[in-house]
Ligand binder design. Structure first.
Ligand SMILES: NC(=O)c1ccc[n+]([C@@H]2O[C@H](COP(=O)([O-])OP(=O)(O)OC[C@H]3O[C@@H](n4cnc5c(N)ncnc54)[C@H](O)[C@@H]3O)[C@@H](O)[C@H]2O)c1
Length: 309
């Protein structure tokens, strides 16, 4: 098996923890690193690998010998106003990690974000003009640009360097993100409806997002370790889902008939729609989404029920 020993950063977070479990199931030797600023130990309950409590800004990467690193750690609160901190954690720490991987022959897959497209036209293609609306989006785009300058060097050493622009991810182990209010709409609407409240969405719930189930995100991330070509790829479902549709699927799964309550949208520049063009991801990673919104919500609600959430 290639890439036997893999380090996952952001391991105690939403996506990182799901990646840790998937790798563990496949028999990899997995190490998880997190500073627990947002992620929680509870997300790693049942994970047998080593857990490193450390900060990506000053961790000595050479202290652990690994074949590959999956880099998920980041400030994920997209509303953070401290630009310097955002760039230091998300971009600068990443640049040092890239150099380390190149020097020590380590494959690197990292989380970028669909935030780089802002209110751009849909379907969103990797090469289209970017619309940077936050420091978060800037920090991710800077990661992508830095990587683009390094693809050839990685290629020369037969190493992978792959960035993944995740769209709106939902699924198991995201509750810890409520600390920053960044959990998915699926989770927030589920919580309201579970308590018998009408689900609240901005008028009139017809805004669409590419909602991608975390199991598909994990699939794409693991496939990136075997990418045919280094690059930056979209990771979405390839489908648009309105907020009303999420509510419809939740009603089905919960056996309720709760009508949405439409509230005023205070944001002048709210994205009307996001949608991933996933043709490159299909071609170069062999990625195929397995969960449309109906299947994803059904699987998610089953998980939440099993865990009394
Ligand atoms: N969830 C989504 O919809 C989505 C969409 C696009 C991109 N992403 C990206 O995917 C990655 C994972 O996001 P997530 O949704 O799991 O969020 P998350 O907040 O649950 O995970 C991020 C983890 O990184 C850790 N972390 C933060 N700063 C750190 C530091 N300095 N040192 C070490 N650890 C640190 C946090 O404690 C947390 O556990 C992030 O890079 C995020 O930008 C997520």
């Amino acid at each position: 098996m290639q890439n036997k020993r893999i380090l996952v950063t952001g391991a105690a977070g939403f996506i990182g923890s799901n990646i840790c479990f998937a790798l563990q199931e496949k028999g990899y030797d997995v190490l998880g690193l997190d500073n627990f600023s947002v992620g929680e130990k509870g997300n790693l309950k049942g994970f047998d690998g080593k857990i490193i409590d450390a900060d990506i800004r000053n961790f000595d990467w050479a202290s652990e010998k690994v074949n590959a690193i999956i880099h998920e750690a980041a400030i994920t609160d997209t509303t953070v106003k401290d630009r310097e901190m955002m760039l230091e954690v998300n971009t600068e720490a990443f640049k040092r990690l890239v150099e380390h991987c190149l020097q020590h022959n380590i494959h690197l897959v990292y989380a970028s974000s669909a935030a780089v497209y802002g209110r751009g036209k849909v379907p969103m293609k990797e090469e289209q003009e970017k619309d940077i609306l936050s420091h978060y989006a800037e920090s991710k785009y800077e990661m992508d640009k830095f990587s683009q300058g390094k693809f050839a060097e990685f290629e020369n050493k037969k190493l992978k360097l792959v960035g993944l622009r995740y769209f709106n991810v939902y699924g198991p182990r995201e509750a810890s993100k409520m600390k920053t209010g960044m959990a998915s709409m699926a989770w927030q609407l589920y919580r309201q409806m579970k308590q018998g409240q009408r689900p609240r969405v901005f008028k009139h719930g017809e805004q669409t997002r590419d909602q991608v189930y975390v199991k598909d995100v994990v699939q794409a991330t693991l496939k990136a370790l075997e990418a045919k070509e280094n690059g930056v790829y979209n990771v979405g479902s390839g489908k648009e889902t309105s907020f009303n549709r999420i509510i419809e699927e939740l009603n089905k799964q919960l056996g309720t008939r709760l009508e949405p309550e439409y509230i005023e949208n205070p944001y002048a520049h709210y994205q009307p729609a996001t949608l991933a063009d996933i043709s490159n991801t299909q071609k170069f990673l062999g990625y195929e989404p397995g969960y449309d919104i109906a299947k994803g919500i059904a699987d998610y609600v089953q998980f939440l029920r099993r865990n009394n959430l």
